[in-house]
Design a protein around this ligand. Sequence first.
Ligand code: D38
Ligand code: ZN
Ligand code: CA
Length: 558
Amino acid sequence: MKKRNLRKTVTGTALALSLTLTGFVGSVGAAETGDKVLQEMKSMTKSNFDVVWNKDTNVPTFVSGKLSSKPVKDVGEVKQYLNEKRDLYGLDPNSDLLFVKKSQDEFGMTHYEFTQSVEGVPVYGARFTIHTDEKDIVTAITGNVHPNAAQELDHNLKADLSEKDAILQAWKSIDLTKKETKVEKADKNALKESSNLPNSSVKNTAEKAELVVYSEKDTSKLAYHVELQFIYPEPGNWQIFIDAKDGSVVDSYNAVMDGATTGYGYGVLGDYKELNTYLSNGSYFLYDVTNPMSGVIETFTANNGTSLPGYRSVDSDNAFTAYSQGADVDAHAYADKVYDYFYNTFGRNSFDGNGSTIRSTVHYGSNYNNAFWNGQQMVYGDGDGSTFNPLSGALDIVAHELTHAVTDYSADLVYQDQPGALNESMSDVFSVFVEREDYLLGEDVYTPGTSGDALRSLSNPPAYGQPDHMDDYVYTSSDNGGVHTNSGIPNKAGYYTVNSIGVVKAENIYYRALTVYLSPYSNFSDTRSALLQSAADYYGYGSEYNAVASAWDNVGVY
Ligand code: D38
Ligand code: ZN
Ligand code: CA
């Protein structure tokens, strides 16, 4: 069904050009007169001359070179020029071509676009463009026209079918007439499911029909070009040509293309959000290619196992609305939020500053009450339902985990003793910078049955079993030297800092310390000095510097 173009490039001699025409089968007479026109055009060309022929229609689909000896300056002159080339294209520019538009580009070229038509009905795909250079010399003529279309139709351009009938025939032809009602039902459900949807057209079902001349090889038919677009029960962008006389299917294909899409879903807490997804082979994946990174943001599910990364999170209709998909939805959306935070605030492109892929796996294990960065990716348990809800449901937890990755690629603080507690504290402090709503960590998913509690607090570490002063530093061999305990001390210094100079100045100072001044074995005192130096770099030796100094004085670190 598809037409094939015969490509032959002629560079230089007229001999090569006539070879092109000799090797060419079809209506010899037309080709001969066409040959004369081409020879004429060729004689004007001093450099490259290029012709591509359409074997079915016996007309060139691409001619380039210096194609006019005189300037061709407007639509009228273009038509006059084409009239002189009538033998080549077999078209009368006044009756067979409809002018569509004229446009200019940054090369100083002008493009006159026409579409072939028969008694006012457009020939499908028969766009015909004349290109002129900055001196108005014709330099290319492009497009597929069908010189015999008018003759083949023989003035028979009255449709027997209505547009409505054509659309009905089209639905029937793809065997979705029954599913048509399903499409509507699915859309209504989507609406009902989510009265808080900001945009109810996300499922986007559309149908339209246009009367065209459908030409291929030596037959032309009056047909409706019907487009059926939907995503239920599978993605479709059907292009169907229905014979306008007898209702038969002339051509039909699904033009759905793989690529970036926007889906939606509900998070762990039932909140609606849009998702950057990817359509491949008829399925939608939590795979975000929309950020200016070399990698992607991608989300997997371990399906309650412990193999990593597990399976790609996938959905058949780009609506990640099932209850069990909440963890997947939030891991994906929040990873993007944290990526955006580091990129927009500090210009850091992903955790490594080099645009690397951010991968998350949810539904890790069974009733697993934790989340972690394993050195390569983020991993989230579902929680047991009473201690925790799925942990990706908290933006501050996602920020905590991804900051571990940032730390690994910057200060690289060793995960033991004071450097380990600082590593933990950086994750907690940046989780407050990202979420910007409280000094608590994990409150959104911790103990769903109890309100107001959390896992840790920057402002009140002792309330969560952590020291907030060096006097209470815990010496232990468990938890790598109490990294999740002693982080309370630098956390409280972080709280004092934010509380005193505000989050914007604080985040600048902390990010600079983490990425410029700290190193793997930095201890609490080193960190005080690193933060002071960063404060001085940014704001001089004023109130900001003094705020950092008192913050660390207050926790007994000098
Ligand atoms: C509290 C309770 C039960 C289990 C846990 C905590 C309870 O109250 O009954 C386990 N847990 C979770 C956390 N800490 N302990 C919090 C998470 C954060 C990010 C919300 C956390 N995870 C560690 C981290 O990222 O540093 O801090 C993961 C450490 C890796 C462990 N192998
Ligand atoms: Zn941590
Ligand atoms: Ca919080």
